[in-house]
Every structure is written in C-alpha cells, then in structure tokens.
Design a protein around this ligand. Sequence first.
Ligand SMILES: [Zn+2]
Length: 210
Amino acid sequence: MGLYGSPSLEDENNNDKKTPTSSKFIYCYNCGFQYSKKLKKCPNCGKKPIKKFYNRGWFWFLIFVVIVIFLLSNSDKLIDTTNMLSDTYGSNKISPEEYKEQCDEVPYEDLARTPNEFKNKDIKFTGEVFQIEENNRHVTLLINVTPSIFGIYVDTIYIDYIRTDSDEKRILEGDLVTVYGKSNGIMTYTSILDKQISVPHVIAKFIDLN
Ligand SMILES: [Zn+2]
C-alpha cells in the first residue's frame, strides 16, 4: 500500500510512458523531473515552474506604464501640433476677410519683450521675406518687419505656415508680405553665421503677397 503511494515509484512509471523530446513536457528547474505542461506545479517536488518574463503580468504592466509616461510627456507637443493644424485649416467658421479684420497690429518691440502677453492672440505683420524653407506644404519663413534707412528691413519674426493647397502661389525671398496668424511666443533658430537667435514666433493662417 505504502509502495503505490510513494512518489518515486509513480515517477518512474510516468517516465516510461512519456517521450522526453515532446514539447508538451517541461523539466522542473528544481529537481529536474519531467512533467506535463498542463500541470501547475512539479508533481515530484511541488515547485511551480518559473514563468518566462513576457508571460508575467507585471512585465506587460510595466510596458503599459512606460507607454503612458511617454504619451504624457509628449502630449504638449501633440496638442501644439493639433492646434497648429486645426488653426491653419480653419476649424472656425469665420471667413478669411473676417479673420484678417480681427487681427491686431502689435508693435514689434512689445511682442519681442513680453511674448507671453500676446500668446495665442491673432496678430498681423507686414514685412520682407529674407529666408524661406519649404517642406511640402509646410513653409517656414523669416521676415523682417520694420523698415529702416536705405529700405533695409530689421526686426525678425519666425513664421510657420501650412499652404492650403499646392497650387497656392509660392512666396519667395525678397517678397513683401502681410502675415495674419496666432502669436506663439518665442522661437530660437540658427542663423547662417551659426548664431542662436530668439525671435517672436507666429503660426500664420494667411499670408498675402503685397
Ligand atoms: Zn520538481
């Protein structure tokens, strides 16, 4: 009676019936006994098999936490981009003329000195384009807005603009333009002389060629 109940005897019987190469069986990490994967623990020593890390709940929970943290840390950028696009594509119902009407002329010095006071305000500027960079429909412009002696313009504004369609007339260096859009604080760019320059940033809704 005692013999039938002894684990060692049963183990031997089991081993005889099983094919050792089958993937349906695992080896106990503790005692080396081979047993069916369907069993929750080793029938010989009672130890549970060690789960692979990707089978463990906490591993996926950790991945989830990392993704959430990543999304949260980038949400500012996402919102900025979304605002920029929805603004540019005109999510509001007013006509271009009505929008241009509501834009204020702001003295450059005020904008440069206290940019946060004007953040998200609709403003307009007339100036001369002295640098332009096109990336599909996204156009980045530097314009100088204050005429000085000998017809030279000074006081730079950094402008981001999305062209509404590709047939829209291109803006070229040297053009005199009027820009209507949202003031967006300060932008730092690298000049041709490799100098870091911080200037007012405007996300343009409309740019008229003068
Ligand atoms: Zn075992």
